[in-house]
Design a protein around this ligand. Structure first.
Ligand code: ATP
Ligand code: MG
Length: 381
């Protein structure tokens, strides 16, 4: 008999012929996550198991964050042939619990001498006889004693909800425009959750933005990397494009032209490293540069798909996710972003594409983009 973690995966079940590929990737991601705890990870009979880890709770917290994991259960694995011992163990696990319960058993070993209803009845009866504070409620129990009969018997009560999604790497690669705000880390999380490997591009405008502002973004990237299995951050010098836009372009288009530069530079970095899409934290109507017309103007220069997973979310919904994934507090630290430098007083909210193109025609776009890409610092987290 031993204690281990039983890992259940969710949506991968829906996959057809390439399901083994998704499962193999998930197992590798879990192996990566539990490495600091020295755990063993293996797949058996549509469940993934983790055993022999140095710290069970800390290890579960890590596995909970692996995309593709639906839930996990700290379980007891034991010999299934001695049913009395299984009942004894179940009663031991329930002995400090008060309230209502039921037994939910599943048999993948169809040669086991008892059916699932028989296991439920007999094991439930035994637990009741040993635990006077428990009552049976098969419709809405407070606790469920789960029994899975496989190569061994597995018993568990606690089921910990995990992050869900698809294993990172199964969905290709995309590049996140990462600011120090609340929205963009959440956007990165949402797309990584669908199995996409993420890299990040951050624009900074030293000395208008500080070293502390950059450190904050690296902290956010590190927090995000807990879910994304590591992240490469490209820190782009953005002072020169910003100064030139500020000096030479009409003020009302300043922010929009700046955002078009961000897209061009990010798309070039993305292409250089094999990313197939960009990700931003934009949300419709949040600010002047996030109206439909403004988004059309920024999309036009991206030459790859731009994913905006938060486009239909309210700020309050975005904050809720940020709190859940642990980036909110960092995002609230009060450091400036390059977007807040040289902000126009009256930005155009319904810009026309040809006006914007004319407004930026005085700039040497290619030279500015190339210089920014060449000056980029790469940091692996
Ligand atoms: P918040 O709106 O919470 O202040 P934000 O990150 O969404 O933060 P916005 O000004 O709304 O900031 O910017 C819209 C999007 O543009 C961001 O979600 C992000 O994808 C991108 N962005 C903004 N500033 C930067 C930056 N300095 N570096 C990289 N991407 C940026
Ligand atoms: Mg925003």
């Amino acid at each position: 008999m031993r204690q281990l973690i039983l890992v259940r995966y969710g949506e991968i079940y829906l996959k057809g012929l390439n399901r083994p590929y998704f499962i193999r990737t998930l197992v590798n991601r879990i192996k990566q996550a539990v490495r600091p705890f020295g755990g063993k990870v293996w797949l058996n009979d549509s469940r993934i198991f983790v055993s022999d880890m140095t710290d069970m709770e800390a290890c579960m917290e890590k596995v909970r964050k692996v995309f593709g994991v639906h839930s996990l259960c700290p379980a007891i694995e034991m010999d299934k042939s001695d049913f009395n011992a299984v009942c004894e163990q179940a009663a031991e696990m329930m002995k400090d619990i008060r309230g209502t319960f039921k037994v939910d058993s599943r048999r993948s070993d169809k040669r086991y001498p008892m059916t699932s209803p028989e296991i439920n009845m007999q094991l439930g009866g035994y637990v009741l006889s040993r635990c006077p504070d428990l009552k049976v409620d098969i419709h809405k129990p407070e606790y469920v004693m789960n029994v899975e009969i496989r190569d061994h018997a597995y018993l568990y009560v606690r089921v910990i909800e995990a992050v869900g999604g698809m294993p990172v790497g199964t969905g290709g690669k995309a590049t996140l425009l990462l600011s120090g705000g609340i929205d963009s880390p959440v956007a990165g999380y949402c797309i990584a959750k669908r199995g996409v490997e993420i890299s990040a591009v951050h624009f900074h405008s030293y000395p208008y933005t500080s070293e502390r502002a950059k450190e904050k973004v690296l902290t956010l990237a590190k927090q995000l990397s807990e879910y994304c299995c590591g992240i490469k951050v490209y820190v782009v010098p953005f002072t020169e494009p910003q100064l030139q836009i500020h000096e030479k372009c009409p003020e009302e288009y300043g922010t929009l032209i700046m955002r078009r530069f961000m897209m061009r530079i990010a798309a070039r970095i993305a292409r250089n490293e094999g990313s197939k899409a960009l990700i931003t934290g934009e949300s419709l109507g949040q600010v002047a540069s996030q109206t439909i017309e403004a988004l059309c103007c920024t999309d036009a220069v991206a030459d790859m798909p731009v994913f905006r997973p938060l486009i239909g979310n309210d700020k309050i919904e975005i904050i809720r996710i940020a709190e859940k994934i642990g980036t909110y507090e960092t995002s609230c630290e009060p450091y400036e972003d390059c977007c807040t430098v040289f902000t126009p007083r009256h930005p155009a909210t319904h810009p026309k594409m040809d006006h914007v193109e004319r407004a930026e025609a005085c700039l040497d776009i290619e030279a500015l983009v190339s210089a920014a890409v060449e000056g980029t610092e790469v940091i692996e987290l």
